[in-house]
Design a protein around this ligand. Sequence first.
Ligand code: 2M8
Length: 439
Amino acid sequence: MIVREAVRVLVANWDGSYTVPSRRLYPHQWSWDSAFVAIGSARWSPRRARSELLSLFGSQWRDGRVPHIAFNPEVPDGAYYPGPGFWDVRAPSGSATSGIVQPPVHALAAWRVHLAEPDSRFLRRIYPRLVAQQHFLRTARGSEHGLVHIVHPWESGMDNSPAWDAPLASVQPGPAGVTRRDVAHVSADERPTDLDYERYTALARAYRDTGYRRAGAFCVEDPLFNAAYGVAEVSLAKIAKACGLDPEPHHRAAAAITAAMVEHLYDDGLFHARDVRTGILLRSHSAAGLVPLLLPDLPRDLANALIGSALDRFEIREGTLPSYAPGAPEFDPARYWRGPSWINLTWLVWQGLRHRRPDLADLLADGMIAAVSQSGFREYFDPFTLRGHGCGDFSWSAALILDVIAEHGLNGVPATGGQIRQEAGSLGEQGEIGDHVLA
Ligand code: 2M8
C-alpha cells in the first residue's frame, strides 16, 4: 500500500523528464530534490531515475554550477517566488534557472542509480558533469582549508535553520512586502517568517547583481554541504573506476575534505558551520552536524561522539531525527527547518549509521515508515507526534521511502535490495526490483 502510494505521488509529480517536489508549492525542478527522487526512483524505474539526473544536469552552467532551480517555462512566473524573472539568467541549454546551488548529493545518487540497473552509457555521460560540479565548488566556493562555502541559506537546503539566525542577523533586509507564494499553500506558522524572506531576497538580489560571482553578507561553511561534497568524491571514485578511469584523485580529494572538516568544523560531539567572514564557528544544535557520519573515513572516535549526540541531544531512540535538537531553546516541532523531522535528512543520517550502528539505523528506518504510514507523504513531520506539516504528496518523502523499504523491508517482509544488493555484487538480478516493488 505504502509502495503503491509512493509511486502514485511520483507519477503525479512527474513532468516528462523530471519530478517536481510538489505540484503547487514547488512547481519546477529543484536540484537536491531530484537527486533524492532519483535514489528512490531507481527502485521502481531506473529509466526515470537516469532521466531525473540527466535532465537536471541539462541546466548545468558553463562554470560547472548546477542551479538550485531549473524553471519550467510552462509555469507562470508568479507561481513561485522568486521566479525566473527575479533570477534573470539562463543556462547554456536556454533554460531559465536560479543562480545559486544546493548540497551536491548527485554523485551519490548517480552511483546508486547505476547500482540499481547498471548502465555504463549513463555513467559515462554523467561523470564529466559531476566532476564539473565539484570543480565549480572547489574553485568558485573553495576556502584555503579545502572546504567550500555557501552564499545563501537556500544553498544549505535547510533554509531557516536556527544555525543561520546569527549570520542572517547582519543581513540588511530588502524592502518589505515581498510577494510570497508559499503561504498561499501552507500555513504561515509552518514556514519562514516575512523577515526571513526579506533577508533571503536581499541576499539573492545582491549575489545576482555581482553576476552570481561574489558572496555577500552571508558566507558560511556548512557541515551538511561539505559532507555531501566529500561523499561526492567517494562516489566519483567508484564511478571513475566503473568507467575505467583513475579513481585515485577522487580518493585523495575525499580524504582531504574529511580531514579539513574534522579540523575546522568539529567541536564537542557535533559538526558546526563556520562563518567565513569572521572565522567563528557557529555552534548550533542543527542535525546538519550529524550528516558527516556519511563520510566513510571519519575517525572512529568522532563517529562515536556523533552517535552519542544523536542519542542524547537528538533523542533518536524515539525513531525520528528532529532537524534541530529538541532541548535547544530555538526548537520548534512544526516550523520548517527549525525542528521537524524530514525524510531526506533522516535518510542521510540513516545511511551514515547503517554500517556503524545497524540497531539505530533500523530504528530510523522504522520511524520514517511510521511517519508516512500515519501522515502520508508530507513535507515534514512533528518528530514526537508524527503529525504531518508543510505540503502533501511531497516527492522526496515518497521516493526515499521506496529506497528505505527496499533496503530495510516492511512489516516483516524482507528487504529486496539490501545495500543496493551488496553494492553491485549481484547486479544481474536487479531487473526484478521494479516489478517486485510494484507487485
Ligand atoms: C525548500 O526551499 C525552497 C527554496 O529553495 C523554498 O522554501 O521555497 C527547502 O526545503 C529545500 O531544501 C528544498 O529543496 C525546496 C524544494 O523542496 O524547498
